[in-house]
Design a protein around this ligand. Structure first.
Ligand SMILES: C[S@@+](CC[C@H](N)C(=O)[O-])C[C@H]1O[C@@H](n2cnc3c(N)ncnc32)[C@H](O)[C@@H]1O
Length: 228
């Protein structure tokens, strides 16, 4: 996302500093203890300006939402939107998603949202796609068995690539659509999605569920956190 440098960025960050998690690696393995009272942890990677983040968090006050974004100029807008609504269940981390395993321990997370991530169409840059094998390996570590990745894109090539990668890396596809809003919009939109819909473009959608390892493990995990 190319963005103009925002004026007064440090002052704006200061105003929303209670929503900013500054040392997220210190919470690794301890998210549940640090944020008690929530039934699950959902992560959004690449939240951008946060329309989806704040609307989803507002609609699900029992879920702890952690939004990850590596561009401050976008994330500050998302944080200001969350502040405006006085949301108490959404927090923000400025980092590259490649660092995720330093921040979340194995099985700490119930769901990951990937909305309109950059397609990186050239083979040379394929490793940067957020559904490339190294990222999926990270997701499968931090998600508990049965946890889900919810993926949306406008890009047919990225959609096909991602469906294959999910299937080849321990996930089963439980929902697949090549035109999510064919019968009208019924889900929370992202900022990018609203623009694509206005242009008449179809939205591709996948829900990929991490396969269960063994029922005993899963049963004990369900006592910690209710299934999403
Ligand atoms: C095309 S924008 C989509 C923004 C938002 N999800 C939406 O749908 O409106 C992709 C966003 O992902 C962020 N992003 C891309 N790769 C990332 C990474 N490895 N770690 C964290 N954020 C990333 C970009 O900075 C950008 O804000």
């Amino acid at each position: 996302m190319r963005m103009r440098k925002k004026k007064n960025l440090p002052a704006r960050i200061e105003r929303v500093s209670d929503l900013h998690i500054k040392n997220p690696d210190e919470l690794r393995g301890g998210w549940k203890a640090a944020f008690s009272g929530f039934t699950d942890i959902h992560i959004e990677i690449g939240c951008g300006k946060g329309r989806f983040t704040v609307e989803t968090a507002a609609a699900n006050p029992d879920i702890l939402f952690i939004a990850i974004e590596r561009v401050w100029e976008a994330m500050i807008v998302a944080m200001e939107r969350a502040k405006e609504l006085a949301l108490e269940n959404v927090f923000f981390i400025d980092m590259d998603a490649a660092e995720m395993e330093n921040v979340f321990d194995s099985r700490e997370v119930g769901r990951i949202y990937l909305n309109f991530c950059d397609p990186w169409p050239s083979r040379k840059h394929a490793k940067r796609r957020l559904t490339s094998p190294n990222f999926l390996l990270s997701y499968s570590k931090v998600l508990r068995p049965g946890g889900e990745v919810h993926f949306k894109t406008d890009n047919p090539g990225l959609f096909e690539y991602s469906a294959d990668q999910f299937k080849n890396h321990g996930f089963e596809l439980t929902e697949v659509s090549e035109n999510l809003h064919e019968n009208g919009v019924s889900t929370v939109l992202t900022d990018y999605e609203a623009k694509f819909i206005a242009r008449g473009l179809p939205i591709f959608h996948i829900v990929a569920r991490l396969k269960q390892e063994d029922t005993q493990n899963t049963a004990s995990l369900k006592q910690d956190y209710a299934a999403p």
